[in-house]
Design a protein around this ligand. Structure first.
Ligand code: UDP
Ligand code: MG
Length: 316
């Protein structure tokens, strides 16, 4: 016997929640001992919250938490994990791009004794323009990051209670869940699935938010960019010393300084660019340190429903 909690972050998912409800009930009813669904309304501006209320009234297995504004999927997931009461916790998207049938397969794999089962999509539904940069990014990340990040792996996963508790014990403010789930370790299994198109609406990812996410991934789990600035500094200093010596020798031989001026100007521009680049790298780390030191909550809750029973018991 176990209780499965399904955590679903939702941002402006009106119209899709009913479908999600039907798909989850069809996939889970009678096939898992007991389950609950925690919908986290991440400050939606459409009818997501009223729909979540309706679902909770309709089906006692559905609960919701509504945040005071849009805090982003990472915070919504954290909130869902904190509210999940299950011995096993699944995380999935509201748009049915994470098919509940795959969830059943993942639960079977978890039965075999591991602590995390991660779904891996094959990116077959993506344009080349998005697939190729993702591949390059993960190759770069594999070289740079201290924790393994795999292409096609997202937040669709099932965790044992001890894995959830391990993730919840990580206090960082700037969260990059993909890395955090990987960082905690434990036995992990992968399940592949074919890409599914969004049931409705459009993806919330803009180019900018993808770049932000990518930079977080590289910066959150390693200090190699800082180390590489040190190495590059040493290399450029050596090159500059060699260049100066060569320029002086050239000027002495030719009796003219014009070539030396040109070389110096080019050198100053290159070094200036490198300095700005590494100031940017420092800035990335500094911004994160600043966010951590403020110690603000990851999110604020506006409404939780339905209210838990006075004795704190779950209504299942
Ligand atoms: N989401 C969220 N907060 C946000 C953006 C997205 O809770 O600020 C939810 C969204 O409702 C969905 C999931 O995160 O359930 C994935 O979002 P989306 O489908 O836009 O991303 P994609 O599938 O393109 O990666
Ligand atoms: Mg989606």
């Amino acid at each position: 016997m176990y209780l499965l909690s399904v955590v679903v972050p939702c941002f402006n998912e009106e119209g899709g929640l009913r479908k999600l409800h039907d798909a989850l009930v069809a996939a889970l009813a009678g096939r898992v001992p007991e389950y609950e669904v925690v919908l986290v309304d991440d400050g939606s501006t459409d009818r997501t919250l009223p729909e979540a209320r309706e679902l909770a009234a309709l089906n006692p297995r559905f609960r919701y938490v509504s945040l005071s504004r849009n805090f982003g999927k990472e915070s919504a997931m954290l909130c869902g994990l904190r509210h999940a009461r299950g011995d096993r916790v699944a995380i999935m998207d509201a748009d049915l791009q994470h098919p509940p049938d795959v969830l059943r397969r993942m639960l079977r794999v978890l039965d075999s004794g591991c602590d995390q089962v991660v779904a891996r999509r094959d990116r077959s539904g993506e344009r080349w323009g998005r697939r190729a940069p993702a591949r390059w990014y993960y190759r770069l990340a594999a070289r740079m990051c201290a924790v393994p990040l795999r292409d096609g792996v997202g937040d669709f996963r099932v965790l044992s209670r001890r894995a959830v508790d391990a993730v919840l014990a990580l206090p960082e403010y700037t969260r990059f869940s993909k890395g955090l789930f990987s960082w905690i370790g434990f036995d992990t299994a992968y399940v592949s699935f074919r890409d599914v198109r969004r049931a409705r609406g459009a993806s919330r990812w803009s180019f900018r938010s993808l770049v932000d996410y990518g930079v977080s991934g590289l910066v959150a789990f390693n200090d190699r960019p800082l180390r590489s600035s040190l190495c590059l500094g040493v290399v450029t200093s050596l090159l500059a010393a060699g260049g100066c010596a060569a320029a002086l020798a050239h000027a002495a031989a030719e009796g003219s300084w014009s070539a030396v001026h040109a070389a110096l100007t080019a050198g100053v521009i290159v070094v200036g660019g490198l300095q700005l680049l590494f100031l940017g790298v420092l800035g990335e780390y500094l911004g994160r340190i600043y966010a951590e030191t403020r110690r603000r909550p990851h999110y604020l809750v506006k409404e939780v429903g339905p209210e838990p029973a006075p004795d704190g018991c779950h209504r299942l």
